[in-house]
Design a protein around this ligand. Structure first.
Ligand SMILES: Nc1nc2c(c(=O)[nH]1)N[C@H]1C(S)=C(S)[C@@H](COP(=O)(O)O)O[C@H]1N2
Ligand SMILES: [Mo]
Length: 315
């Protein structure tokens, strides 16, 4: 058993999205609240400790097609978070200096209602657990049980204007907390961006936790984006600003080397990185390589977003 918490059986099928991806339904959350009242344990003890809010619950992914999650030890010690250095163990060794509370996320730009969300506000969104594959552009991958909520839920709250076509994201850039900023490997602050329809897609989430606990600093605490059909660098960590824009926003990796890191960055085994193949990948903790899947295995859900586009050109 991977998950400690049993599913209330009234959970309904979600027609829009594949069942193996959506591990929690609203009805399951309601069931969890009832469990709590009856003295049950909170589903996310780490989150419960971090904030006072109604603890949601999760349902078990019973679908055997789901890949087994990567051991938590690997997912929290093999990271890319250049604000703490470029080595894979730098983030876990050095991100202790990041202060994740208080924390605010400003949401502004082409919206009717610009808002600032404290981390405590974000924890009030309907949290769900989702097991997603994360595929790094460096051809390794992991499977991570995230806790989060659809980015669309947050964007709807600020009421995007009809002029909004893109969403720009920004990470904190405080040299006092982030020793990696001393080195100009990327243009700081770290930035990323999505087209508005990608950002509104139900698979795109803002994550506040993983493995049933608050996000470790090295994984992007207290809130980070997770866009599972794109290369990992789109999944920007420790977000402080989300700005809706008319024009395609500049992004850190694309600025550093546009030929190697496109704006779209959809996982695509047919478009190689100029310096290595993207046809296969190594799952962290495994020996044999696996084939990389178009859109990281989420093609059925997201390929429609790119209908008619030349995916070689818009890589
Ligand atoms: N702010 C920021 N976000 C970031 C990065 C970074 O260096 N800084 N690295 C990206 C890359 S390249 C990857 S593969 C993922 C890794 O996420 P993980 O460490 O949680 O597996 O984070 C992405 N988000
Ligand atoms: Mo990455």
């Amino acid at each position: 058993m991977l998950f400690r918490f049993k599913v209330p059986s009234q959970a309904r099928e979600d027609e829009v999205t594949p069942r193996e991806l959506f591990l929690t339904r609203r009805s399951a959350i309601a069931g969890g609240a009832a469990l709590m009242a009856a003295g049950g344990l909170p589903a996310f003890p780490g989150l419960a400790k971090a904030a006072t809010f109604q603890v949601p619950t999760t349902v078990s992914p019973q679908d055997p097609k789901l890949d087994a999650p990567t051991p938590k030890e690997s997912a929290t010690t093999y990271n890319n978070f250049y604000e703490f250095g470029t080595g894979k163990t730098d983030p876990s060794e050095r991100a202790g200096s990041l202060r994740t509370s208080p924390w605010q996320v400003v949401v502004d730009g082409e919206v009717a209602k610009p808002m600032t969300f404290g981390i405590e506000d974000l924890l009030k969104f309907p949290l769900e657990e989702r097991v997603y594959r994360l595929r790094c552009v460096e051809a390794w991958s992991m499977v991570i049980p995230w806790i989060g909520f659809p980015l669309a839920e947050l964007l709807k709250r600020v009421e995007p204007s009809w002029t909004a076509r893109y969403v720009a994201f920004q990470t904190l850039a405080d040299p006092a907390q982030m020793p990696g900023l001393r080195s100009p490997v990327l243009k700081w602050p770290y930035t990323e961006g999505l087209r508005l329809d990608e950002a509104m897609h139900p698979l795109a989430i803002l994550s506040v936790g993983m493995y049933g606990e608050v996000l470790p600093n090295q994984n992007g605490a207290p809130v980070r984006l997770v866009v599972p059909w794109k290369y990992g660098y789109k999944s920007i960590k420790s977000v402080v600003r989300i700005t809706l824009t008319r024009e395609q926003p500049p992004t850190a990796w694309n600025l550093s080397q546009p030929s190697e890191y496109g704006f779209y960055s959809n996982v695509n085994p047919d478009v190689d990185h100029p310096r290595w193949s993207q046809a296969n990948e190594r799952r962290v903790g495994e020996f044999f390589r696996r084939k990389t899947l178009p859109f990281n295995g989420y093609a059925e859900e997201v390929a429609g977003l790119y209908k008619g586009m030349d995916l070689q050109k818009f890589h």
